[in-house]
Design a protein around this ligand. Structure first.
Ligand SMILES: [Zn+2]
Ligand SMILES: [Zn+2]
Ligand SMILES: [Zn+2]
Length: 142
């Protein structure tokens, strides 16, 4: 959390109450939060910025590479880009459950290679696997 706030200060950003609260919510969560989750979390903290403000904040944090955005079942979800807890997601198409999954380093070395080949400044990546979780698989009998 402190390193994140430091990074924002260094890049000339202001540490508004809302911004800090959003970062606290995201760092306190183990995995993806949807825009609605964040909105609800802020309300609990007695902060009620409008949707536009929240999405502007989330875009800002995504741009800085602090947050990664993934589109899950058509909804934008966010999580802290944490190199110590880097993972991908298994998403159940039936119950919408999200599980964390770790891959071996193959994809990360690929990322370095892509960086080199394209000279693109990659700030992060997201990868989701879609399918049916163990419960839904059993229920459908497949
Ligand atoms: Zn996650
Ligand atoms: Zn399921
Ligand atoms: Zn990865």
């Amino acid at each position: 959390m402190d390193t994140i706030l430091e990074l924002i200060k260094q890049s000339g950003g202001r540490l508004t109450k809302t911004r800090q609260a959003i970062i606290r919510l995201l760092t306190g969560s183990e995995c993806l939060l949807s825009g609605a989750d964040i909105l609800a979390g802020l309300k609990k903290l007695k902060l009620s910025p409008d949707r536009t403000t929240i999405f502007r904040e989330l875009n800002y944090l995504t741009k800085l590479g602090i947050v990664v955005k993934s589109s899950i079942n058509g909804k934008d979800c966010y999580e802290i880009q944490d190199e110590h807890d880097h993972h991908h997601h298994l998403i159940c198409l039936n119950c919408k459950d999200i599980q964390k999954v770790e891959l071996n380093s193959h994809l990360e070395s690929q990322e370095r290679q892509i960086k080199k080949q394209t000279n693109f400044r990659i700030t992060g990546h997201a990868l989701e696997f879609y399918g049916y979780c163990i419960k839904c698989k059993a229920a459908s009998g497949k």
